[in-house]
Ligand binder design. Structure first.
Ligand code: GLU
Length: 502
């Protein structure tokens, strides 16, 4: 099998967040690629919580990450709150069950690891010496040379000891990365690394491998900042007697200035984008496209379509630049695709006072109108507000162009037909559609009436718009008429007729 080639059989993949903060869009993208690959191969998507950093991890962060994943539509098959045959799925619980300790013991017995008694101060000094010589910090293997007896007596005396992995000398390690291609590392650059701290906690590079083995992970898909770790992890896989899984390291998300996407670029967490009125479907669509494109080059894709088409081989290596304009564009497209009912529900929390004093029917028409114009749901309140608002007719402003007899005639014709406008009926999408149809007919009839008097349609529409809103741009007339309702339309047309004749 060529790694990543079409459908490589059901994969078992994991998203392994450390619950030390809210879900960053970069991590959400890692989760998404894992999810898509699992679904594409008919495999299993696992959520593993890497909460070994007790000081920085919290259950609140874990919960918020899970909430965000579910909101994005990236539900997991195995993991916390779902269970599964390879649990537990929190590293703290695996640690308590002795999973890492047992694996480290095995490596000790097989002489692939050793106890290290070096105190922190010595390690700091060593590190500094290496840096002073311009070398990568590396452990000098002092404790690898200790005799069995000495180890025994120091352990018996209760001296704290970490366990270090014995990195084989002179090895060239090749990561056969699906996205990056083969990437080579020299084992001599790595230095013997700690796998179990003196307090009993497993290091990241060890816990990950023990868990990837225990959970039978077939593909590790994660950010390329982990590529060097992968070299270490491959050695641990081998030492534990296991084939390493396939690896795919995707690029990281950068801000427009080329720096890693961070607060200074604006919103970075899924939660922030959510409260700014972005849709989950638009976010996953955008994140997928940051480094991937389907064969046909389509840009707007629902999650199910991405599941069908996603291939690791088509993920680009180049850095992914976060482009808010493109996210906005996609968000708008996803908003237009919502059913009226879903849209109505989605914008409720964004409407604020804008909904007050309007009938359900008027709001339904206004919502239908703004759905065609919104970039993010956050703007729903102000757009609804502006839908009902009219600027005063100012002879020195945009309204000046309706101060003439032709405009006056247009307004007269409109007033003659006004009874055709019904008060907007209700939230029912069918009722809204009926009203829009009636408004369309009314405008059609007015157009014919104007044509008979040689008044061009453009003149008609601009005059009506200015009369109804005081402005030359805004929501389409077919929405404005039923949305404002007959009485308001009549008042505004009459005021405009007086203005035109003044
Ligand atoms: N907990 C690690 C992180 O959040 C996971 C890395 C991995 O997937 O191995 O970066």
């Amino acid at each position: 099998m060529t790694p990543g080639n079409h459908v490589p059989g059901p994969a078992r993949v994991r998203f392994a967040p450390s619950p030390t903060g809210a879900l960053h869009v970069g991590s959400a993208r890692t989760a998404l690629y894992n999810y898509l690959f699992a679904r594409h191969t008919g495999g299993v998507f696992i959520l593993r919580v890497e909460d070994t950093d007790v000081a920085r991890s919290s259950r609140e962060f874990e919960q918020s990450i899970m909430d965000d994943l579910l909101w994005l539509g990236l539900g997991w098959d195995e993991g916390p709150e779902r269970g599964g045959g390879a649990g537990p799925y929190r590293q703290s619980e695996r640690s308590a069950a002795g999973v890492y300790r047992d694996a480290a013991k095995r490596l000790l017995q097989e002489n692939k690891a050793y106890h290290c008694f070096c105190p922190q101060e010595r390690l700091e000094e060593l590190k500094q010496d290496c840096l002073d010589r311009g070398e990568m910090p590396r452990y000098d293997r002092r404790c690898a040379l200790l005799s069995e007896d000495e180890i025994g007596s120091r352990m018996a005396a209760g001296e704290p000891a970490a366990i270090r992995f014995k990195v084989p000398a002179g090895r060239k390690i090749t990561v056969a990365d699906i996205i990056h291609g083969p990437t080579g590392f020299e084992s001599d650059m790595l230095g013997d690394f700690i796998i179990l701290r003196s307090g009993g906690g497993a290091s990241y590079n060890f816990a990950v491998v023990v868990d990837d083995i225990g959970m039978e992970i077939t593909h590790v898909i994660r950010g390329e900042d982990h590529l060097t770790n992968t070299a270490r992890q491959i050695l641990v896989f081998e030492a534990l007697g296991n084939e390493p899984p396939a690896f795919a390291h995707h690029s990281l998300i950068m801000g427009p200035d080329g720096g890693k996407l961070s607060k200074r670029h604006g919103a970075t967490s899924v939660g922030e984008f959510r409260s700014m009125g972005y849709l989950p479907g638009a976010i996953v669509n955008y994140l997928a496209l940051l480094s991937w494109s389907p064969e046909g080059g389509e840009e707007k894709l629902p999650l199910e379509e991405m599941e069908r088409q996603f291939e690791l081989m088509r993920v680009a290596r180049s850095p992914a630049i976060f482009d808010i304009a493109k996210l906005n564009w996609l968000n708008g497209l996803h908003i237009r695709d919502m059913s009226r009912k879903d849209f109505h529900e989605a914008i409720q929390s964004f409407l604020g006072d804008a909904a007050a004093r309007k009938s359900a029917g008027q709001l339904a028409v206004a919502e239908a109108a703004i759905q065609t114009a919104l970039v993010t749901l956050e703007d729903a309140g102000s757009l609804v507000e502006s839908f009902f608002h009219a600027e005063p007719l100012d002879p020195a402003g945009e309204a000046a162009e309706i101060r003439n007899s032709e405009a006056g005639r247009v307004l007269e014709l409109a007033l003659e037909q006004i009874d055709a406008i019904k008060p907007a009926a209700g939230l029912d999408p069918a009722a809204v559609d009926r009203e829009l149809d009636e408004a369309k007919n009314l405008l059609g009839a007015l157009k014919s009436a104007c044509r008979e008097e040689n008044i061009p349609p453009k003149r008609l529409f601009r005059t009506l718009r200015i009369a109804l809103t005081g402005k030359t741009s805004g929501p389409e007339l077919v929405y404005l008429l039923p949305g404002l309702g007959r009485e308001t339309v009549r008042e505004r047309l009459e005021a405009a007729r007086r203005f035109a004749a003044a």
